[in-house]
Design a protein around this ligand. Structure first.
Ligand code: GLN
Length: 537
């Protein structure tokens, strides 16, 4: 069902950040896909960094890696998890990237000596990037990061204002996500912040067609009428977006509020009725889970839930595949100073996971945790840095290479079992030296990896600099480690496991990026299953 004209949905946020704008955008995508429409997304980030690759996970949350190796905003993860779209480098851009292009063009003389200005040069560049994504899709969902009123966001808002005018009425709509807080002292919800934030939008020429109100309770008709009146939006287009216990309830909740109906109406589109059976099943699975497992994540960014977004979701999906609710416990690796401390902290966990990470801090604690899982037959999943540390642990405590280490973490370790590959040694600067994006991995016959994936070759996404050092392959294999996943040319170790252990699996890539509620990733499904088996043992 392809309409000739691509339609646009511009999503902005007001009042406060963290309103779940990305999840709303993803849910809208899910609803439109369920109506048979072909959709795509783009996230515009107003910050000046060129990409989030070098930003601290503490500040910015997870860096989401696309198939083509772009380090992007975590909202692209929501888009991929909620829909069938494949995001790429082109689906996320920042002010930094826009200015970089504009300045390069200026240096090349492409502006023919004219004064280069925000309007039209920067806004044209933004529009060009949006329009380039509008091919072969019915609806392009454009999410603008930040909050209306931020200085940084202005060029983006101006660009979408112009674009709406250019593509004409009925071909583009604005959805504004705001907060409608309940004020305990007054005993009522307040619409004033919403009014002000919409006023701010209208001052720069943007009138939203739909307002999504984030609240902790259902809004009464009176409240909706008030918002409608003050914000110049039809009352049926004031949508309640209540807090939900599982984010996967969101598409159904918004559908019940009539959101997708309002959108297709406003965009002048005729579509099939939405088919939402798969989402109903997801919500049912989440709510009816009869099993429960405790999984410990031993990491560094334990205070910031956003830092391991995809990982958390992948574990939830793994739970869904096993009718299990997964209780995730973050364990600060720095507290794991020796085996007694590890015992204290990890006892009672049904499985342990060591995720990706950078830098030395906490790594010795993670190694202690891995040792504990290996020696006590606790299911273990090591991802990226997690695999590298498991390699070091095995080298040290099983193979007798007492000074085994990684050249990232120790200056000239005696046994650099994790090291840079030769090609990477001469590269300088941050951000540009990593192995990024999708690579193929060939799985060994009869391995745990093979039985988890049920196939002999997979493609998964990477984000790291260091690799398993091939010099030590034989030594580690002799000690009892199995190299169960290799690059197609056999030169890179992508997965390791310990066959004598009930479930010990590590991968150099990040399987969490590819997991969806409608299609839990096999590694996470098998990991949660192993946790359940361990619990019953
Ligand atoms: N710091 C390690 C490397 O660069 C691992 C990276 C990661 O876990 N994503 O190789």
């Amino acid at each position: 069902m392809r309409s000739k004209q691509t339609k646009y949905i511009f999503i902005t946020g007001g009042v406060v950040s963290s309103l779940g704008k990305g999840l709303s955008a993803a849910s809208i995508g899910a609803l439109l896909e369920s109506r048979g429409l072909n959709i795509s997304f783009v996230k515009l980030d107003p910050y000046i960094n060129v990409d989030p690759g070098t930003m601290s996970p503490f500040q910015h949350g997870e860096v989401y890696v696309t198939h083509d190796g772009a380090e992007t905003d975590l909202d692209l993860g929501h888009y991929e998890r909620f829909t069938s779209v494949h995001m790429s480098r082109a689906n996320n851009f920042t002010t930094g990237q826009i200015y970089e292009t504009v300045i390069q063009k200026e240096r090349r003389g492409e502006y023919l000596g004219r004064t280069v200005q925000v309007i039209p040069h920067v806004t044209d560049e933004i529009k060009g990037k949006i329009l380039a994504l509008a091919k072969n899709v019915d609806v392009l969902i454009v999410e603008i990061g930040g909050t209306v009123g931020d200085i940084e966001g202005l060029p983006f808002l101006e660009a979408i204002r112009q674009l709406k005018l250019e593509v004409g009425g009925g071909n583009a709509i604005n959805i504004h996500v705001t907060l409608v807080p309940f004020i305990v002292a007054a005993g009522e919800v307040k619409t004033k912040p919403t009014q002000h934030s919409v006023k701010e939008l209208r001052e720069i020429g943007i009138q939203p067609e739909i307002i999504l109100c984030r609240t902790d309770r259902d809004l009464t008709l009176d409240i909706k009428k008030k918002i409608s009146l003050f914000c110049n939006v039809k009352v049926e287009s004031v949508i309640t977006c209540r807090d939900v216990s599982s984010i996967y309830e969101l598409p159904l909740l918004l559908h019940r509020e009539g959101l997708d109906e309002r959108i297709v109406e406003a965009l002048n589109m005729w579509t099939a009725e939405p088919v939402l059976g798969a989402w109903e099943k997801v919500v049912h699975t989440v709510k009816s889970a009869t099993n429960r497992v405790r999984i410990g994540i031993v990491g560094k960014y334990v205070d910031s839930a956003e830092s391991y977004k995809s990982l958390n979701e992948a574990l939830v999906h793994g739970g869904m595949a096993n009718q299990a609710k997964v209780d995730i416990e973050y364990i600060d690796a720095e507290g794991l100073t020796d085996q007694p401390a590890v015992h204290d902290r990890l006892e009672g966990m049904d499985a342990i996971l060591v995720p990706g990470g950078f830098g030395k801090r906490g790594t010795e604690g993670k190694i202690e945790a891995i040792r504990y899982t290996r020696e006590h037959s606790v299911p273990f999943l090591g991802i990226c840095l997690g695999m590298q540390l498991a390699t070091i642990e095995f080298a040290r405590h099983v193979c007798g290479l007492v000074d085994a280490g990684s050249t990232e973490l120790t200056d000239q370790p005696q046994h650099p079992v994790i090291d840079l590959m030769n090609e990477q040694r001469n590269v300088s600067g941050l951000g540009g030296t990593m192995r990024l994006g999708a690579y193929t991995c060939v799985l060994a016959n009869g391995s745990l990896a093979g039985s988890v994936y049920q196939c002999d070759q997979v493609t998964e996404r990477h984000r790291h600099r260091y690799e398993f050092n091939n010099t030590y392959r034989e030594h580690l294999e002799t000690g009892g480690m199995r190299l169960s996943g290799l690059s197609p040319d056999g030169k890179l170790v992508e997965m390791i496991e310990i066959p004598s252990h009930p479930w010990f699996l590590c991968c150099q890539f990040h399987p969490e990026y590819g997991s969806k509620p409608l299609k839990p990733h096999p590694i996470f499904a098998a990991f949660v299953r192993a946790a359940l088996d361990h619990q019953r043992r």
